[in-house]
Structures are given as structure tokens and as C-alpha cells.
Design a protein around this ligand. Structure first.
Ligand SMILES: N[C@@H](CCC(=O)N[C@@H](CS)C(=O)NCC(=O)O)C(=O)O
Length: 228
């Protein structure tokens, strides 16, 4: 059976999990952090996600989804029509690169540092992220349809890639401002309402809640006892 290696709360692992679930592909999800010996043995860059299937190690979310599409053609994530296919692939690429730059600082500074590393987020990094976030959300607001998904009525790789990044943003900064980017906010709401997405969201929110509780307990243990 196909095995996916990665962790929840990893954007690119989430992208592949959503693709696997939306395509209905049976798989195992094995928790393996980036840089771990298991991942290093499978992915030359030590990054996640990486999958093992049919005796092959296949790195990189975009490569993995292209592989899944060829090996399991049912419930396609690539539109058949050439122009729509080009749009889906472009939006996937844009999400993985520029949207990533817009979303990661919020997760790093508001979640990774305070919750997982026990240190304050960098307000300067957040200030620098704001214009990038505004540029990217405004581009997507222009590109997305009034309703429906990025390339029409059927879910495509573009939705999986954009949605995975917007979830990272949401975990770090909350929902996109619906007053400023109404189509984007509606679009994300419709993705999150899909059954597989809500399951993954609930799992990740539980992981975040547990991590926050561990951080609070660690902080309480370090507080010097009050002098009596
Ligand atoms: N282009 C890669 C990006 C993968 C990636 O950056 N994954 C992150 C976790 S979400 C990672 O492994 N970071 C560790 C590193 O960059 O060394 C993909 O699409 O799979």
C-alpha cells in the first residue's frame, strides 16, 4: 500500500493528504518529520512530503500528485481541457511559491516560535509579510471565480495547493479578511466545508491545542515559586 511520510501541520504534507483523500486512494500516513533519518533515506533534500509506492520513493508534493494522477486516473485533479490544465498548474505553482511566502511568516512567527520553540515571534518579520500577503491575496481575489472552485466546478490541483497554503495562513493569522477579499474568503470557506478537509482541519486543530497545552505546562513549570 502507498505510504505517505510527513507530519500534520506541514503545508505540503497537507496538500498531498488532501489529494489522496479527494482521489479516494488507500494509503498509510506515517509520521516522519523533515530531516529525520527515515525522510533523509527517501528524499535527497530531507524534506516532507515523500511517498513510497510500487517500490519507488517519490519526493515533492507536485511530483507526487502528478504520479497519483497517472497511477489512479479516477477523480482527476488535472482538468482535461488544455487551457484549464495550464491554469491549474500555474495556480499550483503560484501557491507553492508566492502564496507560500505570504502565508509562512504568520505560521512561523505566531505558531512555530511561541508554541513549538517557546520564544516570541518576530514582529519585524510579520510587518514585512503584510505587503506580500496583501499583494498575493489581491491577485487571488482577482483570479478566483465569484463562486465555485479555481478551474470550474470540479476540484483541481490548484484548489488543493491554494487551500493547503491558506490553511497555514489561517492557523497563524485567522481567516482572510472577508471585507477586503470576499471571493477569497468565500472560496476558502467552501473548501473547508468539504468532508475530507474538515476532518484534516479538526485533526490539525487538535494537534495545535495539545501543543499549546504542553507549552503552557512547560512555562508554568519554569515559573519560580512565589516567595512566602
Ligand atoms: N517543493 C516541496 C516543498 C516541501 C517543503 O518545503 N516541505 C517543508 C515542510 S512543509 C520542509 O520539509 N521543510 C524543511 C526544509 O525545507 O528543510 C514540495 O512541494 O514538496
Amino acid at each position: 500500500m502507498l505510504t505517505l511520510y510527513g507530519i500534520n501541520l506541514s503545508t505540503f504534507t497537507r496538500k498531498v493528504r488532501l489529494a489522496l483523500l479527494e482521489k479516494g486512494i488507500e494509503h498509510r500516513f506515517e509520521i516522519a518529520p523533515m530531516g529525520s533519518p527515515k525522510v533523509r533515506a527517501l528524499h535527497p533534500l530531507g524534506k516532507i512530503p515523500v511517498i513510497e509506492d510500487a517500490g519507488a520513493a517519490i519526493p515533492d508534493s507536485s511530483v507526487i500528485i502528478a504520479y497519483l494522477e497517472r497511477a489512479w486516473p479516477a477523480r482527476p485533479l488535472y482538468p482535461a481541457e488544455p487551457v484549464l490544465l495550464a491554469r491549474a498548474l500555474w495556480l499550483e505553482e503560484y501557491a507553492d511559491t508566492r502564496l507560500r511566502e505570504a502565508t509562512l511568516p504568520y505560521f512561523s512567527e505566531n505558531v512555530v516560535k511561541p508554541v513549538f520553540q517557546g520564544k516570541a515571534g518576530d514582529t519585524g518579520a510579520l510587518a514585512a509579510a503584510t505587503p506580500v500577503r496583501n499583494e498575493v491575496f489581491t491577485y487571488l481575489e482577482h483570479e478566483l471565480p465569484e463562486s465555485g472552485l479555481a478551474t470550474g466546478e470540479a476540484l483541481s490541483v490548484a484548489d488543493v495547493a491554494i487551500g493547503a497554503q491558506l490553511i497555514t495562513y489561517r492557523q497563524g493569522a485567522g481567516d482572510p479578511d472577508a471585507g477586503r477579499w470576499p471571493k477569497l474568503a468565500r472560496y476558502l470557506g467552501s473548501l473547508l466545508a468539504r468532508p475530507h478537509w474538515s476532518v484534516i482541519m479538526a485533526e490539525e486543530e487538535a494537534a495545535l491545542t495539545a501543543a499549546r497545552a504542553r507549552r503552557s505546562a512547560a512555562a508554568a513549570n519554569q515559573t519560580p515559586p512565589a516567595r512566602g
